[in-house]
Write a protein that binds this ligand. Sequence first.
Ligand code: SF4
Length: 408
Amino acid sequence: TPITTIDADPAPRRRTVGVDVGGVTVGGGAPVVVQSMTNTDTADVDSTVAQVAALSRAGSEIVRITVDRDEAAAAVPRIRERLERLGMDVPLVGDFHYIGHKLLADHPACAEALAKYRINPGNVGFKDKRDKQFAAIVEMAIRHDKPVRIGVNWGSLDQELLTRLMDANNAQPAPRSARAVTREAIIQSALLSAELAEEIGLPKNRIILSAKVSQVQDLIAVYRDLSGRTDHALHLGLTEAGMGSKGIVASSAAMGILLQEGIGDTIRVSLTPEPGGDRTREVQVAQELLQTMGFRQFVPVVAACPGCGRTTSTVFQELAEKIQNDIRVNMPVWREKYPGVEALNVAVMGCIVNGPGESKHADIGISLPGTGETPAAPVFVDGAKVATLRGPTIAEDFQVMVADYIER
Ligand code: SF4
């Protein structure tokens, strides 16, 4: 019987032109970058600095902030300065809508402090003003030597372009669906805007494109199409993904498929936090998506079984949680002290059915005794059984063994 010939690797990454965003390379074969966005009022310097710092500490490699009015634009250089005093050089991206051209012109210190400008071609202006205002932002980017992201969103799509395409479609003998035409309008809005920016003088290695929609199948279709029509670096994100597990599942499903096909140079998982909820959750989800797919490594992985009727105690869940906490608490030190620790795999298993097998696949793993089993927990290191833990201190003993393994 032949061994399966199905490849377990993702498709090769699509070739895109790399863009330097304040020292972080997006595209051009660089690792997929994790980014996020604040939800504070940017004019509130204290809150914005605190949230950018939290997102950066959580692993966001680029952070976007809203720049919607004069007070926000005036706050940007102060935010940059405060972050630098904290020793944080995370690139800040200014999110501009409607009056970005005015804000950048009136606040040169803001234009300079930002590492990238996000332009929404759907709301830079209407009719004859549109191109002029778009051009003004691009010219500011050229003057300050900054990249831009041309970020199309179907919630704020260029209505003139959409109407033109709809009219042309309706005149066809067999018109395509309105949804298909909308997708085409999103793609054309991104491509035509990029063309215009390049005509004005912004080089390709200063332009990133995004084309966000909120439906999984539409996002996959849009980015597959877009990536076949351009080699600009691409920012992926499912807009308005939603709350809780729905947002996580939808984002992971859509972006997971695209990443597997080699599409996407930077990702943002847009989760709606619970009121007062933790904004850094979206960074964690983005990292976990990239890590579980094997694209990047951020933190050691703890594999744990779900438990079942063979485990009537909660000992193994508690131990898995303890190991996870140890990792969270110690990672800042471990990362410095033990380069490569991100690649560690730990297994905490509930019984002998899958316990020893899974533990052997991990760097270090333990198989706790299930109900009715001998109260002993074999520990495996690099695929070989090295010890059997017994008694009331199994959890603590295993924590020590994990720490020793990392140290060695
Ligand atoms: Fe249940 Fe054992 Fe499988 Fe865990 S490893 S799910 S305890 S059978």
